[in-house]
Design a protein around this ligand. Structure first.
Ligand SMILES: [Zn+2]
Length: 372
């Protein structure tokens, strides 16, 4: 009898392990967590006629609705759908537990000076300016609404600049991806929603700290600026902002799916199909076509012999969306760059493949079509 019980336990355990392995396979659906900042007793920033928690909830729900209506391949998870208080750390835990592909935290900004306006999107990292630190301090200060916050956040003091030094020691595995999706958001805000672009930035946000996937925090505008507050509370304004965020997420998911497609065993046939469907717009670039592995980006130019590049050769810099971006290696064949990327991941876990035609970045899928 005892043996039988042990056997049953063994089977249950081993099937659990097998299931665990299963979850590592590419998922059918991409999981996007939409996080409306603040809620409940935590109002966030307060304007003359509005509260941040209400604006960001309205935008978050709209972003989710667009994704649900237009992207059947995406599963949306909300950290909140109503006016409730959710501790910062719990928001990341929701994303981690759901094995999310992207975490999008939506906020609105404020400043004692009524003049500043515009949108900015942050990835987790060390602030480069006092202004960026102040945004993080303001957003992090809401942990005081949580009981035992100093225990839960390991003594982190949201108002002390020293506390933020910890973020300089952390290398975010998903920094490249986070910066990429952040730049999509800013581009959409600027090009389509016609907002002032304050740029893609980095700072230490507790809400992003423990998220183990690409994650961004969006400041949709300043409710301390009368004009912008009007926009943020208007139906039109919220539509513009949420459809911009939706399109940015869509671009990101499409890139992820292209990667899955390229990695899958059927990719060769699919690529053959794509080649048959002829795109010629980039054919003249074919002679100069190459693949590189992007490893880092920076708001200021780095020296090519910067220690971050170690012994790697063929370091290449290009400028895109207000950032200097750095790649290493140069390959004509996709399978070779893919092997190289795997090796590089030991030093740069977030390394990803980018394609160039005449040293200009081009769409990866198009490049693969062209070389076949
Ligand atoms: Zn906020």
């Amino acid at each position: 009898m005892k043996e039988k019980i042990l056997l049953v336990i063994f089977i249950v355990l081993s099937s659990a392990i097998l299931q665990g392995n299963d979850s590592k396979k590419p998922k059918q659906k991409k999981v996007i967590v939409i996080d409306a900042g603040h809620g409940g007793q935590d109002t966030g920033a307060v304007g003359k006629n509005s509260k941040e928690k209400d604006i960001v909830l309205a935008i978050a729900l709209k972003v989710g609705k667009y994704l649900e209506q237009n992207m059947p391949n995406v599963k949306v998870i909300y950290t909140r759908k109503t006016d409730v208080f959710i501790p910062l750390r719990e928001r990341a835990i929701i994303a981690n537990n759901n094995n999310a592909d992207l975490f999008v935290s939506i906020h609105a900004n404020s400043n004692p000076n009524p003049r500043p306006y515009g949108t900015e999107t942050f990835a987790m990292g060390l602030h480069k300016t006092k202004g960026n630190l102040e945004v993080a301090q303001k957003e992090n200060s809401v942990i005081v609404f949580e009981e035992d916050y100093s225990v839960k956040y390991e003594g982190f003091d949201p108002n002390s600049a020293e506390s933020y030094i910890i973020f300089s020691l952390m290398q975010s595995t998903y920094l490249n991806e986070s910066l990429e999706v952040a730049s999509f958001v800013q581009e959409e805000f600027h090009d389509r929603a016609k907002r002032k672009d304050r740029g893609v930035k980095q700072a230490g946000f507790l809400v992003l700290w423990q998220a183990s996937m690409p994650s961004i925090l969006i400041e949709t505008g300043f409710i301390s600026n009368a004009e912008e507050e009007k926009f943020l509370i208007s139906k039109d304004g919220q539509e513009y902002l949420s459809s911009a965020i939706y399109r940015a997420v869509k671009s990101y998911v499409t890139n992820l799916e292209n990667d899955d497609l390229i990695d899958s065993p059927i990719s060769k046939e699919v690529i053959k199909d794509l080649t048959a469907s002829k795109t010629t717009e980039l054919v003249e670039k074919k002679t100069e076509l190459c693949f590189r592995v992007q490893v880092t980006s920076s708001s200021k130019p780095l020296k090519m012999d910067h220690p971050v590049f170690k012994e790697y050769t063929d370091v290449f810099e290009y400028y895109e969306k207000d950032m200097y971006k750095y790649t290493i290696g140069k390959y004509k064949k996709y399978n070779e760059v893919k092997d190289f990327q795997q090796k590089v991941k030991k030093d740069f876990p977030g390394a990803f493949i980018v394609a160039f035609g005449n040293n200009e970045r081009i769409d990866l899928k198009t490049a693969i079509k062209l070389i076949n």
